[in-house]
Design a binder for this molecule. Structure first.
Ligand code: PMP
Ligand code: GLN
Length: 384
């Protein structure tokens, strides 16, 4: 048995959601919305489940979805991909796994920014890569050229980048992206750019795709997910967008990881991607209302919220909120004794964790947020 997977704990998202279900806690941990999906996209999938074939679709994805993804990026982000440069995957998770299996040669060093999404490092290691970390620190979680350069060695080949960023919610600025892009061009690095939160920008700012920066289109593998665009996280329809030199080997790995993704869901996503700007505007507005409700309620309860522009998440600084417990202790007691599930940021670190910050998901109905806030107030008094 491979010790990597034998020794790794079950993901914190799964653990917290299981605990929440068992204990009847309000779940502001794992990132999934309880509102906000487009009913017509779901109806389309239902219609296609009975009305269309459920047999293997083409390995690279339904042509209509590949064309829809390419059109979507051209319309919303001004970046040009041919449908041939899109491969549909079973969620962004499979896109990341296939990309890491295909792009890493054993011994290659891979640069990652901490805190990081939990799927990256195990798959980098399984691909034979050696992780090297750049630490982002609260409250600003800023990327600097100096920090990137300090982590590079002659063996660095690949950067795994996530923007907007889970768990911090940061949408990195043009300056930060420029610093990253310039280093990548100077050092001839490939970037696996996880942009699953590209449309979840409740702050209202426009998403800056890394591939649009000078010198980046040929070296960027962009990863997207319909689960986030349509608030349907269980659908697991994702994709990569990349020039053939990078995308073709990833597609070869994909054919042995999942091979294909349910055709009915793919077709429904293709239909959904045709939605006009108003859909995205309304979605951002609805998430902004939810985020503000949670942020205001947290402030009223004495919690200090860190700034963030994208994703479903807000981070809370426990120390600044006057709570002396670390994040793991806080989350463990909060779910068991106050009935509220949150995610400790420690789970997003491989080394030198930030241990005084927790992540909360605001993509919830008003009543879920309000009940969550009551319980967060109770959690706070556990540590008074
Ligand atoms: N990358 C990031 C940064 C994520 O936050 C998530 C899920 N929240 C994923 C990848 C996984 O996406 P999917 O569910 O489409 O596999
Ligand atoms: N990405 C989601 C989150 O950050 C969870 C996905 C998962 O459970 N693996 O909460």
């Amino acid at each position: 048995m491979n010790p990597l997977f034998r020794d790794i704990p079950t993901s914190v998202f799964e653990r917290m959601s299981l605990a929440a279900r068992e204990l009847g806690a309000v779940n502001l941990g794992q990132g999934f919305p309880d509102f906000g999906w487009p009913e017509d996209v779901v109806a389309k999938a239902a219609e296609l489940l009975t009305g269309a074939a459920s047999q293997y679709p083409p390995m690279r994805g339904l042509p209509e979805l590949r064309a829809a993804v390419a059109d979507h990026y051209s319309q919303h982000q001004g970046i040009a991909y041919a449908p041939d440069e899109i491969t549909v995957t079973s969620g962004a998770t499979e896109a990341l796994a296939s990309a890491l299996l295909a792009l890493i040669e054993p011994g290659d060093e891979v640069l990652l920014f901490q805190p990081l999404y939990d799927a990256y490092v195990p798959m980098v290691r399984r691909g034979g890569g050696v992780p090297r970390y750049v630490a982002l620190r609260p409250p600003e979680w800023r990327i600097t050229r100096e920090a990137i350069e300090a982590a590079l060695t002659p063996r660095t080949r690949l950067v795994v980048f996530n923007n907007p960023h889970n768990p911090t919610g940061r949408a990195f600025s043009q300056d930060e992206l420029t610093a990253l892009a310039e280093v990548c061009v100077a050092r001839d690095l490939i970037v696996l750019s996880d942009e699953v939160w590209e449309h979840v920008m409740p702050g209202g700012a426009a998403h800056l795709p890394l591939a649009s920066l000078p010198g980046m289109s040929d070296r960027t593998v962009k990863v997207g997910s319909a689960g986030k665009i349509f608030s349907l996280t269980g659908w697991k329809v994702g994709w990569i967008a990349a020039p053939a030199a990078l995308g073709d080997p990833i597609t070869k790995a994909h054919q042995f990881v999942t091979f294909t993704t349910p055709p009915n869901l793919q077709a429904a996503v293709a239909y959904g991607l045709g939605k006009d700007e108003a859909y995205y505007r309304d979605m951002r507005a609805a998430f902004a209302v939810a985020r503000d409700r949670l942020a205001d309620g947290l402030a009223d309860a004495g919690y200090v919220v860190l700034p963030g522009e994208g994703s479903y998440f807000l981070c809370v600084d426990l120390t600044a909120s006057g709570i002396a417990a670390d994040d793991l202790t806080f989350c463990e007691r909060a779910v068991r004794e106050a009935g509220i599930a949150a995610i400790p940021l420690t789970a997003f670190f491989e080394e030198t964790p930030v241990t005084n910050v927790i992540r909360l998901c605001f993509a919830k109905k008003q009543e879920t947020i309000d009940e969550g806030l009551k319980r967060l107030a109770a959690a706070r008094s556990l540590f008074a």
